[in-house]
Design a protein around this ligand. Structure first.
Ligand code: GDP
Length: 425
């Protein structure tokens, strides 16, 4: 059975914790898109970890972790992460890398950095991990799949020369930087080859067989619906699809095998990078929620930068869940709201005087003003509660109010960062 775990919002919803928890019953966990530009924070018996590239199943010894063909693979970062977790006592994880996965090249990171600097005030707020240049090259058909490292060296050198011809024009004329040294690049790729050799295989065949054997498989998404390049807040989006549907492509499995889509939805909103954020709050109100948020504050797992904060947005979350094809909502980080006397919730968007509950295209989104409804808080700590009925009444009312407006069943509630801080409904 294949299950996808994806985000309903702008990312940072707590997908890492949910995957780590659900991985306890899984045989295989797959990353199917994105790269080291975002991170999943996981707290378990080994400590606290920020994973950027490794699937969140690496903490369960029986799980096979797969880097799917849809991922932007930064090989040095992958190895740094492996060293980081094994150095903290986690057994060496079982890892497979699709032979069709493409590599983030050193020049992708340079281009990302130079382009953000060139755009200055109009930048996208990129994490400068090379993700946008990587996916641009993939679809321009000048990317490098890992299998090319194991093929004919002459062909690889010729391809490097061809790509450098294009890149060097930009480096020299647009950015005023040094050209790429072809031999140095080739040598770097040969280093990468040695590092990944034991892990590379045809993972789609492996998964085909695993599905036939009835294995439990998790697809782990990065970021959330609103960062999807097609259905999100374009152009302030990421460069690969964040939707469960793309899991089939980014892992190489039949789409009809994805039977459950667990969409992770945070009990308040946060976002990183630029773009419209209708329920955003500012000043002391935002600072307090940021400080209390998540596990140790709402600061980027990759960059450490403060996240933008907001109240729960029913319009964006309803859309985010719909576009994912949600079967179950996991409602996370609810414990954080226990300090508030009253909790505003965004229930509609006012666009030019008309109120809508449907998420609009970017041009209209920028004009939208939040319509807020205020719910009473529960003013206590809900961590440690295991049964839904034991939650304070106002807390249950908050959950049920939101469930009604988003229109998808909240079947799991996360009331703390650890694996067992979970309430099933
Ligand atoms: P992801 O990218 O979706 O995995 O999200 P992040 O890891 O960036 O952010 C989620 C943050 O919230 C992490 O620091 C988690 O440890 C933390 N977290 C996850 N679930 C809960 C929860 O239910 N309560 C609290 N307090 N923190 C949580």
């Amino acid at each position: 059975m294949v299950k996808a775990i994806v985000g309903a919002n702008w990312g940072d919803e707590g997908k890492g914790k949910m995957t780590d928890m659900l991985a306890q019953d899984a045989d295989i966990v797959i990353r199917f898109q994105g790269g080291a530009n975002a991170g999943h924070t996981i707290v378990n018996k080994y400590g606290k970890f920020a994973l950027h590239t490794l699937p969140s199943g690496v903490f369960s010894e029986k799980v096979t972790n797969i880097i799917g063909n849809g991922v932007a693979l930064n090989i040095p970062i992958l190895f740094k992460e492996i060293q980081d977790i094994t150095g903290k006592g986690v057994p060496m994880p079982k890892l497979l890398i699709s032979d069709r996965t493409q590599m983030v090249m050193p020049y992708h990171i340079d281009f990302d950095t130079y382009e953000e600097a060139r755009l200055a005030g109009k930048s996208f707020g990129s994490t400068k991990s090379g993700i946008a240049p990587f996916y641009s090259d993939k679809y321009a058909k000048i990317g490098f799949q890992v299998n090319e490292l194991f093929g004919d060296e002459k062909a690889l050198k010729e391809k490097i020369a061809g790509v450098c011809q294009i890149k060097n024009v930009l480096l020299k004329n647009l950015y005023g930087k040094d050209e790429i040294d072809e031999q140095k690049l080739f040598d770097t790729l040969m280093e990468y080859k040695k590092m990944i050799e034991p892990y590379v295989c045809d993972t789609s065949l492996y998964l085909w067989n695993a599905i036939k054997e009835g294995k439990n498989i998790l697809l782990e998404g990065q970021l959330g619906s609103l960062k999807d390049p097609d259905h999100g807040i374009y152009p302030m989006v990421t460069s690969s699809s964040t939707l469960a549907a793309y899991g089939a492509i980014g892992a190489g499995i039949p789409p009809y095998e994805i039977k459950q889509i667990v969409t992770v939805c945070k009990a308040y909103s946060s976002a990183v990078g630029a773009g419209a954020f209708v329920s955003e709050i500012f000043g002391d109100e935002a600072d307090e929620l940021r400080r209390r948020g998540g596990d140790g504050g709402e600061y980027g797992a990759t960059t450490g930068r403060p996240r933008r904060m907001g109240w729960f947005d029913c319009v964006a979350s309803k859309y985010g869940c719909r576009i994912q094809g949600t079967t179950d909502v996991a409602f996370t980080v609810l414990d954080v709201l226990g300090y508030l006397d009253e909790i505003p919730v965004c229930v509609g968007y006012d666009i030019d005087g008309k109120v809508t509950t449907e998420f609009p295209v970017t041009g209209l989104l920028e004009k939208a003003k939040p319509v807020l409804e205020v719910l009473p808080g529960w003013k206590c700590d809900i961590r440690g509660i295991k049964n839904y009925a034991d939650l304070p009444e106002n807390c249950r009312n908050y959950i049920e109010f939101i469930e009604k407006r988003i229109g998808f069943p909240i079947t799991m509630i996360s009331n703390g960062p650890s694996r067992d801080d979970i309430i099933y409904r």
